[in-house]
Write a protein that binds this ligand. Structure first.
Ligand SMILES: Nc1ccn([C@@H]2O[C@H](COP(=O)(O)OP(=O)(O)O)[C@@H](O)[C@H]2O)c(=O)n1
Ligand SMILES: [Ca+2]
Length: 499
């Protein structure tokens, strides 16, 4: 017998009922609309940027940095990034003491570059700062009216540009050290996340800075070395010290002065390569407050500077510029300056990086003893061979790397007390995530109040999380909706059954 269920097959399909169709269409539209709104509403708007400009007037040269950050986040955690840098041609502004107007003129080319890099409609709200460091500190000590004239000339030149000029001033050594530390830790995202911080080692031409947080330093011992910050809801008690005259160019003068103290017309210098031979002027050598008191009584006009390339002897010469005889604190670095026990990782930038990178010694996983051996071999290399190997480097700079490398290792180990064990904690760095390590970014962040003292309130979910959850919920609703219409589903039509 063949039974047919033709009557059922002929029943009208409930999905074709107008009400069901309308409900389904509305449901689908509602869900699509929900997801679209969630995605669009929370999508970051097309970025508008704000800008800030900082001029770093160092002892050896001036550099201009342009920073950029999303406009709607300037008092928040939005990343501030360096978008451009420009190296001013010529020496540092302190070298223009006898022709101050030229100090202003020298900045023009980089300022014109800045005009091209910053969109015109942002000019008037773009702060422009100039900070001078140890070169101007020394000039100010030596001849304060000359330093004022240099600042006047620089101000006049900068005010001619359409930016929002915020002033030119000399940073204190403490500020220079502390802002370098802020820069390094800001760029590493350590402040916002409250992570262990990185110490900062900055080596300039005329001063050097060391800044770090140490558990056994609360600022009570030697309060002048203490800087406290409250950043993103965390308190930091920073140890910082700036050694004026201990930048590599001034130490070279001090080392030469030490060797020429008895006034010989020729000195044999272990920090210069064998075969190096140059005639230098005594008065230029002593033309700095770092060495002026050491000038020999009856110095000849010139002296002959001859190299013999001996690392061990060079270390002894360099050590002679440090004073280790007195310490009125629990621990000292040198010259009777307090320093708590070293702690944590360190980033070493500016001349630390330039010198160690040139010498191929910036990898601190190489044991300290090996680094010293390599440097000793480099120092002992004859001068003419060095020149041949580096035909494109100015001789003045090329001649000084043996000295500078020796100074860096001596400063780190004898001066700051890094050991073979703690040496690998140092990283020689130039940039972090595209921004130069140095005091300028920290200085601008501070002056524009861009690092909040308290952690900002943030939505409980990040954007991606929010969109995902809304999408998943919408899909679940869709499934629920379809399942809820189950009674209306067409029943499966079956093949005729044979009984
Ligand atoms: N490419 C470069 C740039 C700078 N430097 C050195 O880095 C140091 C920068 O010092 P600076 O001009 O910032 O001086 P300070 O005012 O910080 O003491 C100078 O000794 C320069 O000669 C270098 O060795 N290689
Ligand atoms: Ca510097």
């Amino acid at each position: 017998i063949i039974l047919q269920r033709g009557n059922l097959m002929k029943e009208k399909n409930p999905w074709h009922k107008p009400v069901t169709i309308i409900i389904t269409v509305i449901g689908v539209i509602a869900i699509v609309a929900l997801v679209t709104v969630a995605v669009l509403q929370n999508r970051p708007l097309p970025q508008k940027y704000k800008y800030g400009i900082v001029l770093d007037a160092g002892s050896s040269h001036t550099a201009l940095y342009i920073y950029e950050w999303p406009a709607e986040k300037d008092n928040n955690t939005g990343r501030v990034e360096q978008t451009h840098s420009c190296k001013v041609k010529g020496p540092g502004i302190s070298s223009y003491a006898s022709a101050p107007l030229k100090a202003g003129e020298s900045l023009r080319a980089c300022m014109q570059e800045a005009e091209q890099r910053v969109p015109g409609k942002r000019y008037h709200e773009t702060p422009l700062y100039l900070g001078a460091t140890a070169g101007m500190r020394l000039l100010n000590m030596e001849n304060s009216s000359a330093s004022e004239k240099v600042f006047q000339a620089v101000e006049e030149a900068l005010q001619k540009f359409p930016f929002s000029y915020q002033g030119a001033r000399i940073l204190s050594g403490q500020e220079e050290g502390a802002f370098g530390w802020v820069t390094v830790n800001y760029l590493d995202d350590r402040l916002e996340q409250g992570l262990e911080t990185t110490g900062a080692l900055d080596l300039g031409g005329a001063s050097t800075q060391i800044s770090f947080v140490s558990d056994n330093y609360d600022g009570s011992e030697s309060p002048s070395n203490s800087v406290t910050f409250r950043l993103y809801g965390n308190d930091y008690n920073l140890y910082t010290h700036s050694f004026l005259c201990y930048g590599k160019d001034q130490v070279l003068r001090m080392a030469l002065a030490h060797q020429t103290q008895t006034g010989p017309e020729s000195i044999l210098d272990p920090c210069f390569h064998p075969g190096y031979n140059a005639t230098k002027n005594y008065s230029i050598l002593y033309d700095s407050p770092c060495v002026s008191d050491r000038k020999p009584q009856r110095a000849p006009v010139n002296f002959t500077h001859v190299g013999n390339g001996n690392f061990k002897q060079c270390q002894n010469v360099v050590k002679s510029v440090f004073n280790f005889t007195h310490c009125n604190y629990t621990h000292c670095s040198f010259n009777g300056i307090f320093q708590p026990l070293l702690q944590g990782p360190f980033g070493a930038f500016s001349a630390y990086y330039f010198v160690m990178n040139f010498l191929n010694l910036s990898d601190t996983s190489i044991p300290l003893e090996t680094v010293k051996e390599k440097l000793a071999r480099y120092c002992a290399t004859p001068w003419n061979q060095i020149i041949q190997q580096h035909p494109d480097i100015k001789l003045k700079y090329l001649a000084e790397y043996c000295f500078s490398g020796t100074y860096i290792l001596t400063l780190l180990t004898e001066g700051y007390n890094f050991t073979s064990d703690s040496y690998p904690n140092i990283k020689f760095i130039k940039k972090i995530k595209g921004s130069d390590a140095g005091w300028t970014l920290g200085y601008m962040l501070n002056l524009t109040n861009m690092i909040p003292a308290e952690a900002p309130d943030s939505p409980p979910l990040p954007h991606a999380g929010y969109v995902s959850i809304v999408t998943i919920m919408a899909l679940l609703l869709l499934i629920l909706f379809v399942v809820s219409l189950r009674p209306l589903w067409p029943r499966c039509s079956k093949q005729p059954q044979i009984i």
